[in-house]
Design a protein around this ligand. Sequence first.
Ligand code: GLU
Length: 448
Amino acid sequence: MARIVDQYIEIVKKRNPGEPEFVQTVEEVLGSIEPVLKKHPEYVKSGLVERLIEPERMITFRVPWVDDKGKVQVNRGYRCQFNSALGPYKGGIRFAPNVYPGIIHCLAFEQIFKNALTGLPIGGAKGGADFDPNGKSDAEIMRFCQSFMTELYRHIGANIDSPAGDLGVGGKEIGYMYGQYKRLTASCDGSGVTGKPVSSLGLNGRTEATGHGIVFFLKNMVEANKDTLKGKTVVISGFGNVAWGTAQQLEKEGAKLIAFSGPDGYILDEEGITGKKVEYFLDLRNSGKNICEPYAKKFKSAKFFKGKKPWGVKADIYIPCAMQNDVLMESAKLIVKNKAKYYCEGANMPTSNDALEFIQKAGIPVGPAKAANAGGVACSAIEMSQNARKMPVSREEVDTMLYDIMKHIYEASANAAKEYGKKGNLVMGANIAGFLAVAEAMTVQGIV
Ligand code: GLU
């Protein structure tokens, strides 16, 4: 039997040809809200979903810059301001060679519900460029960021849109963008971008916030199952900001991280990845080579597996923290075969829809990205409020607020799942809770 949401999925497919990632995200989110639309026919009548699936604005622009050899390079930049029902647009900027409208649409759409789940006043957006920062000198990265901001600045601002980092965009890139934003707007109140270095009106602890938040979410999920993180073995992917923060907090909770990965393969360190080994992630990242093999040369307890993903390593918990489409069906089968106790998404869209369904059907509790990794953007909203109030927030305050926000997200997702007859299904619960918050705001704002 046809579902109400099928008509909307058809519109997205027709209107965005060649954008499978976007279609996949829409299918995932709308697939969860069918029971909500049945209960609330007014949302169907007011064309709410038709409006929700069409971005308010997609800005596409030229980013010209000159490389170290004096050669002119041209990239394409994007900012998709998808939905502002709950507040100013908010979401990261991604620099990667595979950035194209389909990725930006998909991430911006996902961001609407993630931001709604935080309970903070932020709408959904995403941006980026098809620029590969790997192998570029600092001077090239700076010139690129300055050129990118020279166009972007006219579309953003404290009450309009506040971009932050994402894949390929960390404190360094945000620092360069903030510097240029300041020059162009002649204002130095810390607005424009978040995730700024602490020296430049950034928030204490923002860099590790996403990773810490993931573990806080996971902790709530594990404790709801009358279980503990203490002594659990964990496998993650990636060694960027998200993986680094996750590794730090796992150690604090007494879990044992035994494997992580990079694009070149994975590292197995059964002694446990703790302390200075976790901090070594920063060296790996700063090397600009985007490889994890040097870890095995530095720490004798480790082994490197070239060209392989880490999902075949037996562990209690799996947390993909690297990028989208990291866990496809063959990896999901390994995770289930290894009798995983929990699966929690760290990166955005790391699991294909069929792989996620397979893991859930095996009875493994799943923490979806839009709920589990919302701590990063939540701390970005705290950074915006810190800058507006002109009062620094201490690291301790950030940590306490972050824990409370992640607990709220867990509870909102778990309660929504229960209310709609899907107890324990956090994937559906997160989509429903996020959708309801946005739908309520869109309803009172009329047909806009
Ligand atoms: N890129 C992060 C995310 O996916 C952070 C966005 C932000 O802080 O605005 O949520």
